[in-house]
Design a protein around this ligand. Structure first.
Ligand code: SAH
Ligand code: TYD
Length: 421
């Protein structure tokens, strides 16, 4: 599918005033104002047609699903020029090798095992099953990243997953022992249709294993940059339990993951087909204690986000008036919310260093900060590196020891605005 991301055909957004899970009306608790598509890095000739929408987020008073109030058309976000390549992080490559091994051990040891991945991107997960007896199939609508997976020998269908595609897969390949999805379930507004498709695709003994950024971490750390167009939902065990019950499925495990700023790995099976780990009840208790189902929690989150914005802008202005050079580290999609919500442009951040070739030579969405190759960060190290890729902090701080030893410092804003000493 080829879509020009800057030429929406029919408005490009859908407003949603009722919960996408249970249809209860809800009001957003916060607006981040006008935002561009988070991954739509662009060139100056595209400025005139840059696409904007209002980014707002709310929580359903009935099922407590936290969700966006406007949805950008999927074809505008996922296409032949998609900018996110999973394999750019070594840490995530290791993480997915471990996930592949865990699923193999738990669910893929039977005869003729078959795994389907939704949102398989460049094959970062499925590549671990190449050369094994495990049959695999990736579903990845963004053609350019799917091509990278195919070049590795990974079987990939370039389509959006839905019940129709699930039925076709069952006819051609049979039902799956495992359906897996990382950082994609939360991307799909029509979650009921995806879950219905997964249910028909899974063997009676099969398991859905998926992970996404976790609401509990977002609330605790005020990591508001997780909120952007691609993330239609901010999951908790509480809200997902209700969704899966509507499809006669149940969450049998919930395991916190130390990736992408705090994620949760959920294992879901046909109702009654597997033992439920005590971790599920533990997690539900933690969510109650953290107030994830209470309105006051989100009013407080909004205040903390506003404070974070004010402190970050003040710090960057101070750096500028002190004559310091600030360069962004990692042109993440998350940083699009930060730069546009805080009004951070090239006046405060000279350029953003990023290792992804497709982003280099372009500018960031909305506030148009130039994106430059990492070699430029190395050849002209700034006084401060603004850590947009804070979710990869462990990997980056280890790599950038020489930068710090030479007198450079990292500015961070999650969980608090400050300069790392
Ligand atoms: N699983 C990878 C990629 C996550 S990015 C990882 O965790 O790193 C989300 C991916 O899901 C993108 O590659 C996007 O093209 C894909 N995607 C978005 N909507 C989808 C849908 N409805 N069905 C299948 N894949 C989808
Ligand atoms: P990431 O935080 O994984 O995702 P998202 O776009 O969903 O917010 O993106 C990391 C970005 O940072 C990606 O463009 C690659 C870049 N990057 C670097 O430039 N250097 C690094 O050392 C790492 C780990 C990432």
């Amino acid at each position: 599918m080829t879509v020009d991301q800057h030429q929406p055909s029919s408005g490009g957004v859908t407003a949603s005033r009722t919960c996408l899970i249970c249809r209860t009306p809800f009001e957003p608790f916060m607006s981040f104002g006008r935002q561009p598509i988070a991954n739509a890095f662009l060139t100056p000739d595209q400025f005139g047609s840059e696409f904007f929408y209002e980014l707002k987020v709310g929580t359903c008073p009935s099922c407590h699903m936290v969700q966006l109030g406007q949805h950008v058309d999927p074809g505008l976000m996922f296409h032949e020029q998609y900018a996110f390549f999973s394999g750019t992080s070594k840490g995530m490559t290791v993480h997915f090798a471990e996930l592949a091994a865990a699923m193999r051990e738990r669910y893929l040891g039977g005869p003729d095992p078959f795994v389907v991945e939704i949102g398989s991107n460049d094959g970062i997960l499925l590549q671990n099953y190449l050369g094994t007896p495990i049959r695999h199939l990736g579903v990845e609508p963004s053609g350019n990243v799917a091509d990278v997976a195919r070049a590795k020998g990974i079987q990939t269908i370039s389509r959006f997953f839905d019940p129709g595609l699930a039925a076709e897969i069952v006819v051609q390949h049979g039902q799956a022992d495992v359906v897996t999805a990382a950082n994609v379930m939360c991307h799909i507004p029509d979650l009921h249709s995806v879950v219905a498709g997964i249910r028909s695709l899974l063997k009676p003994t099969g398991a859905l294993v998926f992970e996404d950024p976790y609401l509990g971490d977002i609330v605790e750390k005020a990591s508001y940059d997780q909120i952007y167009d691609e993330h239609a939902f901010y999951f908790s065990v509480t809200s997902l339990q209700r969704l899966f019950a509507m499809h006669e499925l149940e969450i049998v495990d919930a395991e916190p993951q130390d990736v992408h700023g705090g994620s949760m790995r959920y294992t879901v099976r046909h109702r009654g087909s597997g033992a439920v780990s005590s971790r599920v009840a533990t997690q539900l208790q933690r969510e109650t204690a953290a107030g994830l189902a209470r309105d006051e929690t989100y009013a407080d989150l909004r205040r903390r986000i506003e404070t974070s914005r004010d402190e970050l802008v003040a710090l960057l202005r101070r750096a500028k008036s002190d004559g310091k050079r600030v360069v962004g580290y990692g042109a993440t999609s998350k940083s699009t919310t930060v730069t546009n919500y805080c009004g951070i442009g090239p006046d405060l951040v000279e350029f953003i260093s990023d290792t992804t070739p497709i982003k280099q030579g372009k500018v960031s969405p909305g506030t148009h900060i130039p994106v430059r190759p990492y070699t430029e960060f190395q050849s002209r190290p700034p006084d401060y590196a603004l850590l947009f890729a804070w979710n990869h902090a462990r990997e980056i701080l280890a790599k950038e020891r020489p930068f710090v030893e030479a007198g450079g410092a990292f500015i961070v804003y999650v969980p608090k605005v400050g300069i790392l000493s």
